[in-house]
Design a protein around this ligand. Structure first.
Ligand SMILES: Nc1nc2c(ncn2[C@@H]2O[C@H](COP(=O)(O)OP(=O)(O)OP(=O)(O)O)[C@@H](O)[C@H]2O)c(=O)[nH]1
Ligand SMILES: [Mg+2]
Length: 179
C-alpha cells in the first residue's frame, strides 16, 4: 500500500514544481510562500502565506515565522506517513521556510524527504546560501535530502532558460515518483 503522503511546495519554484507534480500523482498538497500574489495562482489549493523575519538573512533563521507555521502545519502533517518537501534552495522563501518546516515536521513524521534544487553558479550568493543551508540541515536532521543541481543542465548551451527549467522539472518529477 502506498504511504499517505503530503507534498509541501515552498517558495516560487517549489510551489510551481509541486503543483505540476501533483496534477499527476494526486498526493495531498500544501503550497507555502512569502509571495501572496504568486499564491493567488493556486487559490483553489491548500495555501499558506508566511512572512519571513525582517532579519532573516543575518540571523540565518526564520524564527519569527515559526509560531504560525507550527500551528498551521500541524493540521496538514497530522496523520501523514510521509512528507515530501520541494523547494528552490537559494531563494529566501525556499531556503528559510523549508528549513523551518523540516524542524517542525521531524516532530511528527519519520519519513521526511526534501528535494532541493541548487541554483546555477551564475546566481552567485544564492548558490552559496543554498549549500550552506543544506549542510546545516544535514548536520541537524536525519531526513532524506535529495539535491537537484540546476547547474548540470546549464552546461547545455542549446537550451533557453525556460527549456532548462522544463527539463529540470521533468527530471524532478521522475525522482519524486520513485522516492
Ligand atoms: N529546477 C527549477 N529550478 C527553479 C525554477 N524556478 C526557479 N528555480 C531555482 O530556484 C531558486 C529559487 O527561486 P524561487 O523559488 O523563485 O525563490 P523563492 O524561494 O520564492 O525566494 P524569494 O522570492 O527570494 O523569497 C532560483 O534561484 C533558481 O535556481 C524551476 O522552474 N525549476
Ligand atoms: Mg519568491
Amino acid at each position: 500500500m502506498t504511504k499517505s503522503t503530503l507534498i509541501i511546495g515552498v517558495g516560487g519554484a517549489g510551489t510551481k514544481i509541486s503543483n505540476n507534480i501533483n496534477q499527476e500523482l494526486n498526493f495531498d498538497l500544501l503550497l507555502v510562500n512569502t509571495d501572496i500574489s504568486s499564491l493567488k495562482n493556486y487559490s483553489n489549493k491548500n495555501i499558506l502565506h508566511v512572512d519571513l523575519a525582517p532579519n532573516e538573512l543575518t540571523a540565518n533563521s526564520p524564527a519569527l515565522t515559526s509560531a504560525l507555521l507550527n500551528s498551521e502545519l500541524e493540521r496538514y502533517i497530522s496523520g501523514k506517513e510521509r512528507i515530501i518537501i520541494i523547494s528552490g534552495f537559494g531563494g529566501k522563501a525556499g531556503t528559510f521556510i523549508s528549513s523551518e518546516i523540516v524542524n517542525i515536521a521531524t516532530k511528527h513524521t519519520l519519513d521526511i524527504n526534501l528535494l532541493a534544487t541548487l541554483p546555477f553558479t551564475f546566481e552567485g550568493k544564492r548558490r552559496a546560501l543554498s549549500l550552506d543551508a543544506l549542510s546545516k540541515l544535514k548536520e541537524s536532521s536525519t531526513i532524506n535530502i535529495i539535491k537537484y543541481d540546476n547547474e548540470n543542465l546549464a552546461k547545455n548551451k542549446n537550451l533557453t532558460l525556460n527549456e532548462v527549467f522544463e527539463t529540470a522539472n521533468k527530471e524532478i518529477f521522475d525522482i519524486i515518483k520513485n522516492i
